[in-house]
Every structure is written in structure tokens, then in C-alpha cells.
Design a protein around this ligand. Structure first.
Ligand code: SF4
Length: 280
């Protein structure tokens, strides 16, 4: 089968840097990863096999037992960083610079008197890290979360992996429901997310189906899948080549291939090879 790769695909620099930093740790048994380094089960198993301990991403309230603590690319709040440092922990900080940019935008808006509205997924670790430092805020996952706020200034930012179209639609809704308010939008979507989304949109115009490589807990992988389906292109998410099913591609001449920002290069290559040899 003919396979066309998206022009921008797979692992972003933020995740590569975090994995490199973990790879340079000499004594993994002395280090706890503060959540999931990447939302990729394969990588998490490899890290555990090297000896790293790992805090459950849903509950990071307990103090790690090790002195070393590795902060993931998703970042943490300033108050959480302070708590760890005051407890004597030595931090290996792999927070992505583009996540730091979201934190800075949130702080600036708050200092300028804006009520911060964060477009993102409630409970996501990146979102948690941003809102924990804010005095007041709301997290907006969908149009149903948009209210008529009493605040006269509303500052809107996005989780770094928000699909640009979703952010644009919510911004219109926020403005429509709050005509009295000054609405300031700071676009904090990271450019690797934008590139992957735009590349997939273009790809959907020239293929019969799309395969998205990525872990089930990866937010941006799920968003790539939704984007393809919203464009009317049949799409499937796989973690590995073994998940592919020939019957998905009945009647297809060409299939598009993309991958979330935490997918390993070798996994994407293996899925591509398997797709090429498939006979639907
Ligand atoms: S998805 Fe964007 S913000 Fe997140 S680690 Fe990658 S580059 Fe950084």
C-alpha cells in the first residue's frame, strides 16, 4: 500500500530533550520521575527497567523518597517546585521552554488584572502546573464551560497542545458571552503542535485513510485522530505495528501516517514498514 508521511510528524524537541536528560542520569535508582515523563507506555517501561521510580501522575501529593526528582516536560507550578526544594530535593528540570511560556503568559495576565481562562483539559498535568500558581482562573475544555463572567478583563491562554481550531472557536464563544469585557488572547499553542496539526490537515486531502501512532494517554495523539476524523478521513490510532488491521484499509490506495509528540522514531518507522507490506 502507498504510505504518505505527514510533513511534520512524531516526537517534538521538548520530549527529545526530556528523554536525553533521563538518559544522562547515572544512578536512576536515586531519582523519582515526577509523573509520566512521556505519555508512551513503551518508554515508561524502559525507564522503570533502568531503575527510575515514578510518581502516579494523578496523585503527586506525596514527597518522593529519593533525593533526585526529575520534573517532566509538562512542567510543575512554582509552589510545587518550592515544596520540593524546601524538602531538600535536587531537581533535574526538563520542563519544555514552550510550557514555561504558558506559565509566564498566565502570570503576566494575572499581574495585569485579567481573570485567566485556560483553554485545556481539566486535570491534565500541564494544566495543573499552570493553575496552581494562579489566584483565580477557570479551565475551559468546551463551549459548555464558557460563562458570562463578571470580570471586566478576561485573559485567554491555551494548554500548549490545544488544536488551533478548537481555541479559535472557544475564543469566539468567550467574546460573544462577555461583550462587556476586555478579552486579551495570548496564543500559547506550541509550534510543534501547530506544525503537526496543519501537516495532517493537508495530508487528509490526498489520502484515503490515516494512521496515528501514539499512546492511549497522549492528549495530542488523540487530537490528531479527532482532526482526521473531523475532516471526514477514516482514521485509526495504534501504539505499535502489531495493532494494525488489514480490514481497516479495504478499498484504500493510499494511507497517511502521522504520530503524536511522544511517539518513538523506531515505532513510527515500524508502523510505516508494516503498512507498506499490508494487502488490504
Ligand atoms: S508538545 Fe510542545 S510544549 Fe509539549 S513538550 Fe513538545 S514542544 Fe514542548
Amino acid at each position: 500500500m502507498n504510505v504518505i508521511r505527514a510533513a511534520a510528524i512524531g516526537m517534538c524537541f521538548g520530549v527529545r530533550d526530556a528523554l536525553r536528560a533521563a538518559g544522562q542520569v547515572d544512578q536512576p535508582a536515586d531519582v523519582t520521575i515526577h509523573g509520566e515523563l512521556v505519555h508512551n507506555p513503551q518508554v515508561l517501561v524502559q525507564l522503570q527497567q533502568r531503575g527510575f521510580r515514578m510518581l502516579d501522575e494523578e496523585d503527586r501529593s506525596q514527597l518522593p523518597e529519593t533525593t533526585g526528582v526529575l520534573i517532566t516536560a509538562h512542567g510543575i507550578s512554582h509552589c510545587e517546585r518550592r515544596r520540593l526544594v524546601e524538602a531538600g530535593k535536587q531537581l533535574i528540570d526538563t520542563t519544555c521552554p514552550l510550557v514555561r511560556r504558558v506559565h509566564e503568559a498566565a502570570q503576566r495576565l494575572q499581574q495585569d488584572g485579567f481573570h485567566v481562562l485556560l483553554i485545556g483539559r481539566p486535570g491534565h498535568v500541564e494544566v495543573q502546573g499552570i493553575i496552581e500558581d494562579l489566584e483565580h482562573h477557570d479551565v475551559i475544555a468546551s463551549a459548555e464551560d464558557v460563562q458570562a463572567w463578571t470580570h471586566s478583563r478576561l485573559g485567554v491562554i491555551c494548554q500548549s497542545t490545544t488544536p488551533p481550531r478548537h481555541a479559535a472557536e472557544l475564543l469566539v464563544t468567550i467574546e460573544a458571552r462577555n461583550p462587556h469585557a476586555e478579552v486579551r488572547f495570548v496564543n500559547t499553542i506550541c509550534h510543534p503542535t501547530l506544525e503537526r496539526q496543519y501537516a495532517l490537515e493537508a495530508l487528509c486531502l490526498s489520502v484515503d485513510a490515516v494512521v496515528v501512532v501514539g499512546g492511549p494517554r497522549s492528549n495530542n495523539t488523540r487530537q490528531l485522530l479527532d482532526l482526521a476524523r473531523d475532516a471526514g478521513t477514516p482514521a485509526w490510532q495504534v501504539q505499535a505495528a502489531a495493532d494494525l488491521r488489514a480490514e481497516w484499509f479495504t478499498g484504500c490506495d493510499s494511507v497517511g501516517l502521522t504520530a503524536g509528540t511522544s511517539a518513538l522514531d523506531e515505532t513510527v518507522d515500524a508502523v510505516e514498514q508494516a503498512l507498506r507490506s499490508l494487502t488490504p
